[in-house]
Design a protein around this ligand. Structure first.
Ligand SMILES: CC(C)(COP(=O)(O)OP(=O)(O)OC[C@H]1O[C@@H](n2cnc3c(N)ncnc32)[C@H](O)[C@@H]1OP(=O)(O)O)[C@@H](O)C(=O)NCCC(=O)NCCS
Length: 207
């Protein structure tokens, strides 16, 4: 199996039928990792897909959902986070997370020109993917100070540490991509990249 067996597309309202299964897998995977995560409901995921702010991978033959992530904005659109990355356990380690995150990265740049892209993670896979796209590790002070973003950390098992450190740092690594400073990179093969980029050109900026 390769990522050529999947369609990696910008979500639409038609993908809402996958939302419940996606949310269930997010919760199962978080339990298995022993981490807390910001809780998402099927309605929230369905909304992101309908708004065109989700990226979803679908198996071309079986129609199964294979992976998902979504875009959120903070600080009045000056900061963009790609969150909620989840790959169906049946389809891990074949490059789908890289493909989905790469697509969400370019979609974020297109939808929110000039915004800084950031993420918080404890996961090596995400650190590798982000580094190869051009993100760099930064202190938390470089991220948005939008309280609504930090509210999302409340359901994490490590939240008391974040509070104790007054948001200066925690167990997650913060990573940032500033389009004014950083250079886009990719470790995807050109042929694979081309395949996932088709619908991005039709997207109109939101700000
Ligand atoms: C973590 C996760 C998203 C990876 O998805 P995936 O499709 O298997 O990842 P990819 O095949 O695109 O791999 C990307 C890179 O990460 C590495 N990687 C993948 N899973 C890994 C893991 N569990 N631990 C360490 N490295 C991992 C791959 O070897 C690859 O490395 P490379 O850059 O050296 O080639 C997936 O296992 C998952 O959904 N886990 C549960 C939810 C989760 O942890 N989400 C991330 C929250 S921050």
């Amino acid at each position: 199996m390769t990522i050529a067996d999947f369609d990696v597309v910008i979500g639409t309202a038609e993908h809402a039928r996958y939302a419940a299964a996606i949310v269930e897998e997010m919760a199962e995977s978080a339990k298995a990792r022993g981490t807390g995560i910001a809780r998402r409901t099927p309605e929230y995921v369905a909304g992101k897909l309908a708004e065109g702010k989700g990226v979803i991978a679908i198996h071309r033959e079986t129609g199964e959902w294979a992976g998902f992530t979504y875009i959120e904005t903070w600080g009045h659109g000056r900061y963009v986070a790609n969150s909620g990355l989840i790959i169906n356990p049946k389809f891990r380690m074949i490059g789908l997370a890289r493909a989905i995150k790469t697509k969400a990265f370019f979609l974020s740049l297109k939808l929110f020109p000039g915004a800084k892209l950031f993420g918080l993670t404890t996961g090596l896979a995400v650190m590798k993917i982000n580094s190869k796209l051009g993100y760099r590790p930064v202190p938390f002070a470089e991220l948005t100070d939008d309280d609504a973003f930090w509210e999302g950390c409340k359901s994490c098992v490590n939240y008391p540490i974040l509070e104790m450190k007054e948001r200066r740092n925690c167990l997650c690594t913060a990573m940032l991509f500033d389009p004014e400073v950083d250079h886009v990179q990719t470790s995807m093969k050109a042929s694979e990249l081309f395949n996932i980029m088709e619908d991005i050109s039709k997207v109109k900026p939101k700000i």
